[in-house]
Design a protein. Structure first.
Length: 392
């Protein structure tokens, strides 16, 4: 008797600077089909609050794109868009669309000047259109401003000791003396704001927004110290104003502390972006009909365990006893005990030494080749009667 086809659920995150989650899933599926493995493949591309989250959610909910002119991180006018789902008056906003690293060249990064005003303008536009629920995905930003840019665009004013309105950039936060909420957008109070966070870091400290993510956005050590002091001061003034401690909330370090700022001033809900994405897209229903899960992203390492999408996928699958295989451009050279709790197997998709640019260009081919090799190995195992949950 021929073994039953293995039911494989393909659920990768985007591969940064290379493939969208949807394209990555298609590449993995192609490789498995080329392998000759007897299998059925279901693609469920995922996101965790980072780039691409908005696109996937808008598609899942049948929303439409709404164009809006906003400011980029340095105040330049750009045209971008957000998603609107009419039946439940929901807006889906991707912070990177207005305040993202992808909008800047590598030689103009400056987190002391970069502001999230444009994202606040998107939120204001959605509120004006009638949004009652807002999902804000906050990964991939160029900012470490604690959300003051967004809040400024929504009518919050940050004042110095003389009562002068400060420009909403972190380089001026040390002059902050008072926060004025009297001009807050009138529709904010009637809307539910949920922030999908791609990391679980707190706002301050050696694992906080400035220390961990500042260098990724162009900060040298001296700038990191300034940003840390600025965010700490913002936390103190916010606590005195609203009674909410920006530094005490998990996920607050996401998007350069923007998540913490939205919590502290607007009482936004901060959630694990990967877990929330899986919930919103009914991922558990797909798990009911599979024997194995394949996930992945550009790198699977210790940071994956800090709230990234592949961890959310692996945790949901392993809870049901379903094996999980991770495919990544980079995996630890030494087995990691933390990762072993979630992933049955980790496979690197590279094919010999290459620089980063070449590796990025080769992602699609690498995924196809690795998936084909994986399928061939699974086919060999299937002759021995595998293909059941819990076995790889």
């Amino acid at each position: 008797m021929m073994p039953k086809p293995i039911r494989i659920l393909i659920a990768p995150n985007a591969y940064k600077n290379s493939l969208s989650a949807s394209d990555a899933a298609a590449a993995i599926r192609t490789g498995l089909e080329l392998s000759g493995l007897s299998c059925t493949c279901t693609c469920h591309p995922i996101a965790d609050g980072g780039d691409g989250t908005g696109t996937l959610l808008i598609g899942a909910f049948g929303g439409c794109l709404v164009d809006s002119r906003v400011e980029d991180p340095f105040g330049r006018s750009i045209m971008t868009s957000y998603g609107f789902v009419a039946p439940d008056s929901s807006a889906i906003i991707e912070m990177s669309a207005a305040s993202g690293l992808r909008l800047l060249s590598s030689d103009e990064l400056d987190p002391l000047r970069a502001s999230s005003v444009g994202t606040g303008q998107l939120i204001a536009a959605a509120l004006d259109k009638g949004a009652r629920k807002i999902l804000l995905a906050v990964g991939g930003t160029a900012t470490v401003d604690g959300g003051i840019g967004m809040l400024h665009a929504l009518g919050v004013r940050f004042l110095n000791a003389q009562g002068t309105v400060l420009p909403p950039i972190p380089g001026r936060l040390l002059d902050l003396a008072r926060i004025d909420l009297s001009g807050l957008h009138p529709k904010v109070a009637g809307a539910n704001l949920t922030v999908l966070c791609d990391v679980d870091n707190f706002l301050l400290g050696d694992q906080g927004a400035a220390a961990v993510f500042g260098p990724q956005k162009g900060a040298d050590p001296a700038m990191v110290n300034v940003l840390e002091s600025a965010l700490s001061h913002l936390r103190d003034i916010t606590l005195a104003t609203t009674g909410r401690d920006m530094a005490a909330v998990r996920y607050g370090g996401a998007a350069g502390g923007s998540a913490a700022g939205l919590y502290g001033i607007l009482h936004a809900g901060l959630v694990n972006g990967g877990q929330e994405f899986l919930r919103l897209t009914e991922f558990d229903r797909q798990l009911e009909r599979c024997d194995m899960v394949i996930t992945g992203e550009g790198s699977i390492d210790a940071q994956t365990l800090q709230g990234k999408g592949p961890q959310a996928v692996a945790a949901a699958a392993r809870h049901r006893g379903i094996p999980v295989i991770g495919l990544a451009g980079r995996i630890p050279s030494v087995p990691d005990a933390g990762l072993r709790e979630f992933f049955s197997v980790l496979l690197a998709i590279g094919n010999g030494p290459m620089d980063l640019d070449e590796a990025i260009r080769s992602t699609e081919a690498g995924l196809q080749r690795t998936a084909a090799a994986l399928g061939a190995m699974l086919a060999l195992g299937s002759h021995g009667g595998t293909g059941q949950k819990g076995k790889v």
